[in-house]
Design a protein around this ligand. Structure first.
Ligand SMILES: C[S@@+](CC[C@H](N)C(=O)[O-])C[C@H]1O[C@@H](n2cnc3c(N)ncnc32)[C@H](O)[C@@H]1O
Length: 296
């Protein structure tokens, strides 16, 4: 007998009953938002994305629908994130595909996009962006979507991420202005840029095993692992930022909530100056804004 099934003996199950069953399973699995997830995933299973089922709670699911939902709930019980099950993630005002090669973009990273918009007020400007460690392409694509006359390059060491970022550019009508290249950080980059965006891996290697299952079991470790002290990518990137940043350009750099001082020191040691620190949705330090030291 399938333990996951709400009522294997019964041929029919209503929306209300199956949602109640799913909530119980997700609670048992210690999923953080069992009710919301049960609803989102039911919408996905039924092919009609929705969070609420007002007026349709008595609808009877077909056996195929119920079986499909049962399998999906089993995946969530193994703590696979909802976004990975759906295969998409909303970021800023874009919908992006995600897959096992990419980090699942975090809402907290949107502070980088917001910071760029607050700094560069002329949306008609012709700016050149580069995004180091582009993943899904979320940071570059959200910026290009806001600056319709600008263009940019996204680099990633992962071939699969580059393929995914290109797909996301196409999905959002941004391919013409976004170039994605496989590169170990700036190795394949020769140009100079007005805006550098970067969200490098910054988790201490030893801390990865204590992260939530949704993160440690589903985000690729190459997107998380910042070495022994979490700062190794910043050390590699700092001199590269100096190299490719135009004289009056700015870097928008994501950091871990407790890395403000250590990352600022690394950047300043390479000739950059930190002139703004912006907070994420939880009010934690998340985005450093840096420029060449000689500008200030
Ligand atoms: C924290 S993820 C950020 C992904 C995306 N920018 C975002 O904000 O969701 C870091 C990214 O850096 C990439 N990466 C790791 N090491 C790299 C390297 N040496 N050169 C280029 N990219 C690298 C990973 O593949 C991953 O996509």
């Amino acid at each position: 007998m399938n333990e996951m099934h709400p009522n294997p003996a019964k041929e029919t199950t209503s929306v209300k009953v199956i949602l109640e069953w799913a909530k119980g399973k997700l609670l048992e699995a210690q999923v953080e938002n069992p009710i919301l997830d049960a609803r989102l995933l039911l919408g996905f299973a039924l092919g009609t994305p929705q969070e609420r089922f007002y007026g349709s709670e008595d609808k009877i699911l077909t056996k195929t629908e119920a079986d499909n939902y049962t399998k999906i709930i089993a995946r969530r019980c193994k703590r696979e994130p909802v976004s990975r099950i759906l295969g998409t993630r909303g970021f800023w005002n874009l919908t992006l595909k995600i897959n096992p090669s990419s980090l699942d973009p975090r809402p907290d990273s949107e502070i980088l996009t917001e910071s760029i918009l607050k700094t560069f007020l002329d949306k008609a400007a012709n700016l050149k962006f580069i995004d180091f460690g582009t993943g899904t392409g979320c940071l570059l694509l959200s910026a290009l979507n806001e600056f319709p006359n600008s263009s940019g390059v996204g680099v990633d060491i992962s071939k699969e991420c580059i393929k995914l970022a290109r797909e996301n550019a196409a999905l959002n009508g941004l391919s013409r202005r976004a170039l994605f290249i496989e590169s170990d950080w700036g190795r394949a980059v020769t140009d100079k840029f007005d805006i550098i965006i970067a969200n490098p891996p910054y988790i201490q290697s030893d801390a990865i095993s204590s992260l939530d299952p949704e993160v440690k079991n589903f985000d690729p470790h190459i997107a998380l692992n910042g070495g022994q002290d979490g700062l190794s990518c910043y050390r590699k990137l700092a001199p590269q930022f100096v190299e490719v940043l135009k004289k009056r350009g700015l870097v928008f750099l994501e950091i871990g909530y407790n890395q403000r001082e250590s990352v600022s020191n690394i950047m300043e040691g390479s000739g950059l100056k930190c002139h703004q620190i912006n907070q994420d949705l939880g009010n934690r330090d998340r985005c450093l804004v840096l420029g060449h030291r000689h500008q200030y």
